[in-house]
Design a protein around this ligand. Structure first.
Ligand code: SF4
Length: 396
């Protein structure tokens, strides 16, 4: 099974125009994806490639436009390049020989502001030409020149990244940390309705199930209608029920009160970051007035389906709960707006395709703008009156 993009390290290649970003990108990816030319500003849009780097594992690499691009489209290209900051775990600044001035200083400033660690790759046209600058900058760095083989380059490149990210000791929270242990029992309730993708489960369900199996948790997967029968066949109560938010009302009405329950949305909010902000944000629904604006944000672009959760189900539930049709704006994709302060509430999708860093950036932006934020599943649980019950295993 392919590794989800959100679980890959995201590496951005940055630098001024024509310093060899596309050469390095093609070397890393082992393919001629980015056009290489001596004409300034050849990389106009962000080019991205997912791949597996032997010692680093699955990654996404971005090739970006030059930050000093002065052509007519330069500003637009630079803006796109800045947007990549929100998706990067680490940046690689490509420097040519000894050339370091304002564009590089500004880039380092922006990376520091965005808390993105970086390494330097000196593209030496003349051997040894970057030695003085390398010493002066005193940052994790390496040299590339056209005599270096791909294997040699990648070994040094991945080692540098691992050291910078402290990958081996990096610990991110696991889906079931502090909730379930080996040999405990979990029932996953996954409705297969018209909104379910054909022939497969959605990513949060697959990831949660795999994490449970890895931990030796006894895992049962059922549709809502099979839940009661399943409970009756068990000799003991399950330690946890995890259900899809859209089935939360049905599931809670069909399980005893002493069985712990949560939703995939809540588990993923904790995994990706922002659980408590999003739980708090759901309470804002009660104070929405007719003049307030709500932003419904989806991280992916996809065709809206019949009964689409973001465009149909949540607006309908809000209308029923509030007694009027609220003023809703919808956005899709990786471009999360900067002007959030016109909104009272952001209702974000489950963010399963976002990295933890990207999700936390969105939470931080909402906090800076003093806008409440919650997610789809929590909003649905809240609107059904069950958010307290589904989140209480995390409220200590
Ligand atoms: S729109 Fe959001 S919840 Fe849906 S797949 Fe994309 S990231 Fe996941």
């Amino acid at each position: 099974m392919e590794v989800a993009k959100s679980n890959r390290k995201h590496i951005g290649l940055f630098g001024r125009t024509n310093v060899g970003k596309s050469t390095i990108f093609n070397l890393i990816t082992g393919q001629d994806i980015s056009i290489i030319s001596n004409i300034k500003g050849t990389t106009t849009d962000i080019v991205e490639k997912t791949l597996e780097l032997s010692t680093l594992g699955p990654v996404v690499v971005f090739d970006t436009a030059g930050l000093d691009d002065e052509s007519i489209l330069g500003e637009e290209r630079r803006n796109k390049t800045h947007k990549v900051f929100e998706r990067c775990d680490i940046a690689c600044i490509i420097v040519e020989d000894n050339l370091w001035s304002e564009p590089e200083d500004q880039l380092v400033d922006s990376l520091n502001k965005n808390k993105i660690p970086f390494i330097l790759v000196f593209n030496e046209k003349n051997l040894g030409s970057s030695a003085v600058l390398r010493n002066k900058l005193n940052n994790s760095s390496m040299v590339y020149n056209s005599n270096i083989s791909r294997d040699t380059f990648l070994t040094e490149f991945t080692d540098l990244i691992k050291k910078k990210l402290n990958v081996d000791s990096e610990s991110e929270i696991g889906i079931f940390d502090d909730i379930l242990n080996s040999k405990q029992t979990c029932i996953f309730v996954t409705p297969i309705d018209s909104g379910a993708p054909k022939g497969r489960l959605i990513m949060p369900q697959v990831q949660a199930l795999r994490a449970a199996l890895d931990l030796g948790i006894i895992s049962l997967v059922v549709q809502p209608n099979e839940l009661e029968n399943t409970l009756n066949t068990l000799k003991y109560k399950p330690d946890l029920v995890v259900c899809d938010s859209q089935a939360v009302k049905f599931v809670i009405e069909h399980i005893p009160e002493d069985i712990k329950i949560t939703t995939f949305s809540i588990l993923f909010s904790r995994l990706k970051g922002g659980l408590y902000e999003e739980l708090k944000g759901a309470n804002t629904i009660d104070s929405i007035s007719k003049t307030d604006k709500i932003l419904i944000a989806e991280a992916c672009t996809h065709h809206s389906q019949k009964d689409d959760i973001g465009t149909i189900k949540i607006p309908n539930l809000l209308k029923k709960y509030l007694g009027f049709s609220p003023n809703i704006t919808h956005i899709h994709g990786h471009d999360f707006p900067n002007d959030l302060d016109t909104y009272k509430l952001i209702i974000h999708c489950g963010a399963c395709m976002l990295t933890r860093k990207e999700k936390l950036n969105r939470i931080a932006k909402a906090k800076q703008s003093e806008v409440a934020i919650t997610n789809y599943g929590m909003a649905i649980s809240y609107l059904n009156g069950y958010l307290k019950r589904t989140s209480e295993i995390f409220i200590k």
